[in-house]
Design a protein around this ligand. Structure first.
Ligand code: BGC
Ligand code: NOJ
Length: 813
């Protein structure tokens, strides 16, 4: 491995600092917190959208292009014929200095060339439908400089999917308006759209362009647009083709002088009867209001400071100090940040997800919830109601829903039989964090049908029942289309490459396909359900479910155990999957994770054996692989899982999402050293050197998959940012390793540590209380609290009873 470095952490500023623009893959960040969102790479590539990356795409992006990362917000500086960009791309003129600082919902990119510094701060202010680009130009030379500045954005024609394909229409629809220093994009506004976008700068402009071909030149690239090269805007007015927005500004800077320009990329929605102020003239009132709010450096700096305070507040809720920077920075900054991003984006928009394919996942969103519920409980509450509203009356679920409409997505439908359980998982996490049992009484519809409302509790009940009512031959849960592993398609039976593995069921009648993953998931979530029922006085319901749990445990012990580990599934015909008897894929991680978390057969040594088998067969240098050995050929009965080459994705990749399940299993077994070793292997800051070259993707967040030991290139990371890994890493470290667990009545303290951990503190805001917790481990124990002193008095057990106010807690292991 070479030791080339592209960047480093700056913990004090909560930033990752990239010092070489040619990262092994674009290293991106996310802007926006609620409605208006942007993706931004370290060279300012990326795009913006309002709420929905498919239906309200504001700017255009080109995926998988040559060169990589094409399209973005670009500033061109023409300094006497010398043309460059602060972010290096697209001109790629070598810079005298380059730096990109990705922080919490902002990115600052700085370039210097021939005595000029250009620094751009990108962020979306709170409660604002606009991206701010504050460009500061500074003349660091000894002479006066005259610069020609060109901005550049390319509009997307709103629907990101049709924008990429329906050119017979698209090339005729584009429309813009220009007013002063603002360029308005109003394609389709004349008909059914009530929204437009705009690009503004708070300075007088000496020209503009809105037609791409005129500005760039048909056979040029973004690197050498005609207008920029000649230093002359065309003042073009787009009619159809590809509308863009480019401002032209002549800037004179004396030696040492510095000037700010505030660019705003905004979005506006108007009421149907207020769309126009004159025939064809759009109503710009709301755009003017956004501009007015942000048209000076002072106003922008204030908005930026508010964003910083917002993040201070979010990150002050759980703060650890272990003295180990690598751990602390992930827990206190980056892991929590990634959780918030996955909450906002689910799996829709990243540099691996095009934003056109998928809405919000039912199971994904419930899992993401445990990563941010402590930070923004009201939004978690709303998310739970939104998700539950897409459920069917029998407890089954739409697998996905669109964030704009909040409706279930018919293209994918339902039938993923793990989905219902996750609603309990998410809801219980919410109530334990907030103590808000009233959510259970909320009236929530099925499939968004008015009139079908029942309480949320009833939704939880039908969720559980959905599992119990769909058991078969071995009294184990039927898998349906797939369980958590979308690629274990046991009813698919496809020989047709045009069929989707996700939605095709060529054979389901008489299926005997059962899932041990769902069995474990059921036991874990049904135990949560029983505890909840007891808590709210539903004893009978608790007893009913306890019987179902006991039956499931019996079934797993009888037909789900392979001798050294838990089986993974039974296929359509009732044959074992994930058994020593199988030729390939003898062991899978998911059932080890869930059945150990469920503690099934712990008393018979099954849990310990399963965890040992994970170490023996699944663990490798970069983490634990999903299955072993990898499938080397396509298996008709199994579906997509066997479609991937060995070591990638669901075929024996290190699917980081599921490593924490085994890690939590380890902590429940009290095996702190093993838990820590597994955890550190996939903790970005611990393997940051690897990220620089081998992993390729961003070193400050987890990626969904790292190529496994059977891969051609083990250790290569892919699919960064939008992954359930974020929430699971958070749950694992905050609750199971550091051991601070919200319970209905208080905070349980139950760490499981490596023997080397001797002392740490956690500051935890919990409901209306704040706990300052010190944990001492003088004997280097892995597990077991021996004493807790709360505000000076020893308490019984390991749960601190909740009471508002500030508290000091001293814990000795
Ligand atoms: C991927 C899965 C994903 C599924 C649904 C599959 O191709 O391997 O990770 O969940 O598609 O989008
Ligand atoms: C990614 C999907 O978003 C998630 O729902 C699924 O569980 C995993 N892939 C595993 O297939």
């Amino acid at each position: 491995m070479n030791d080339k470095r592209y960047g480093h952490f700056d913990d004090q500023h909560r930033e990752y600092v990239i010092t070489d623009p040619k990262t092994p893959w674009p290293w991106i960040n996310y802007l926006g917190n609620e409605d208006f969102f942007s993706l931004i790479s370290n060279t300012a590539g990326g795009y913006s959208f309002y709420k929905d990356a498919k239906f309200r795409r504001i700017t255009r992006y080109r995926y998988n292009n040559v060169p990589m990362d094409n399209g973005g917000r670009y500033f061109y500086i023409n300094d006497n014929g010398n043309i460059w960009n602060p972010g290096w791309k697209p001109c790629k003129t070598p810079l005298d200095f380059y730096e990109c600082r990705h922080g919490m919902s902002y990115t600052r990119i700085t370039g210097r060339k021939n005595g000029i510094e250009a620094s751009v701060l990108f962020f979306v202010p709170l409660n604002t439908f606009a991206e701010v680009q504050k460009l500061t130009l500074t003349n660091q030379s000894n002479e006066t400089k005259k610069l020609k500045l060109f901005s550049f954005e390319e509009w997307c024609l709103w629907n990101a999917a049709t924008d990429m394909e329906n050119f017979q229409r698209n090339f005729s629809t584009g429309e813009v308006e220009i007013e002063g220093s603002t360029i308005y994009h109003k394609t389709e506004y004349r008909e059914r759209r009530n929204h437009y976008a705009f690009y503004h700068v708070n300075a007088e402009i000496q020209g503009f362009d809105t037609d791409r071909e005129t500005f760039v030149g048909l056979y040029n690239e973004f690197a050498n647009p005609d207008a920029v090269v000649e230093g002359k805007p065309r003042n073009s007015h787009a009619h159809g083709w590809s509308p863009i927005a480019s401002h032209y500004i002549e800037v004179e800077l004396k030696a040492g002088e510095s000037k700010d320009f505030i660019f705003l990329l905004g979005y506006v929605e108007n009421e149907q009867d207020k769309k126009f102020v004159a025939p064809q003239v759009i109503n710009k009132e709301k755009a003017h209001a956004i501009i007015e709010k942000l048209n000076t450096t002072e106003k922008v700096d204030k908005a930026f400071a508010e964003l910083g305070e917002y993040w201070d507040a979010l990150l002050n809720i759980y703060k650890v100090n272990t003295g180990n920077d690598k751990l602390d920075r992930m827990v206190n900054i980056w892991n929590q940040y990634q959780c918030m991003v996955t909450f906002n984006f689910s799996r829709s928009a990243s540099f691996f997800e095009s934003g056109v394919g998928r809405g919000m996942g039912f199971r994904d969103s419930n899992q993401d919830l445990v990563g941010f519920v402590h930070q923004i409980p009201p939004r978690a509450r709303q998310r739970i109601i939104d998700i539950a509203s897409t459920q069917f009356p029998d407890g089954g679920c739409y697998h996905q829903y669109q964030p704009l409409t909040k409706r279930g997505n018919n293209d994918i439908g339902g039938g993923f039989n793990d989905d219902p359980c996750w609603l309990i998982f998410g809801t219980v996490a919410y109530i334990k964090e907030t103590g808000d049992f009233s959510i259970l009484d909320e009236m929530v519809p099925f499939d968004n049908q008015p009139g079908s409302e029942v309480t949320l509790f009833e939704h939880l009940k039908v969720s559980m029942d959905h599992v119990i009512k769909n058991l078969d031959p071995h009294q184990l849960p039927l898998i349906g289309r797939a369980d958590w592993n979308d690629c274990l398609n046991l009813n698919c039976f496809s020989w047709d490459p045009n069929e989707s593995f996700q939605t095709t069921e060529n054979k389901s009648e008489g299926s005997k396909a059962e899932s041990l993953m769902i069995a474990g998931l059921f036991v874990v979530t049904a135990k949560q359900y029983v505890e909840l029922c007891q808590k709210i006085g539903k004893e009978e319901e608790a007893n009913r479910m306890q019987k179902a749990i006991d039956a499931m445990v019996t079934a797993v012990k009888k037909d789900g155990w392979d001798g050294e580990w838990y089986l993974r599934a039974y296929d359509f015909f009732g044959n074992k999957i994930g058994s020593n008897e199988c030729e390939e894929a003898k062991i899978f991680i998911e059932s080890q994770g869930w059945c150990t978390m469920a503690q099934i057969g712990a008393e018979d040594g099954m849990v310990a054996k399963s965890l040992d088998s994970c170490k023996k067969y699944l663990e490798c240098e970069h983490g634990m692989v999903l299955n072993n050995p990898a499938f080397s050929k396509y298996i008709y009965e199994y579906g997509e899982i066997s479609s991937y080459p060995e070591g990638y994705k669901e075929n024996a990749g290190i699917f980081c999402h599921n490593n924490p399940w085994v890690i939590i299993g380890e902590t429940l077994a009290g095996r702190g050293n093993d838990a820590w070793n597994h955890y550190a292997k996939i903790l970005p800051s611990y393997v940051e050197e690897k990220y620089q070259t081998l992993h390729k993707v961003e070193p400050y967040v987890n990626c969904q998959m790292v190529a496994g030991k059977d891969a051609a290139k083990p250790g290569e990371g892919k699919n960064s940012w939008l992954t359930g890994t974020a929430a699971w890493m958070w749950l694992t470290v905050s609750q199971y390793i550091l051991g601070i667990k919200p319970q209905y009545d208080g905070l349980q303290i139950d760490p499981c540590l490596p023997t080397t951990a001797k002392e740490y503190t956690v500051q935890r805001k919990f409901r209306d209380a704040e706990y300052n917790i010190t944990i001492k481990n003088p004997e280097g124990k892995e597990h077991g609290v021996s004493q807790i002193v709360l505000d000076g008095s020893v308490i019984e057990g390991n749960t601190i009873p909740y009471s508002a106010g500030k508290h000091t807690v001293e814990v000795v292991m």
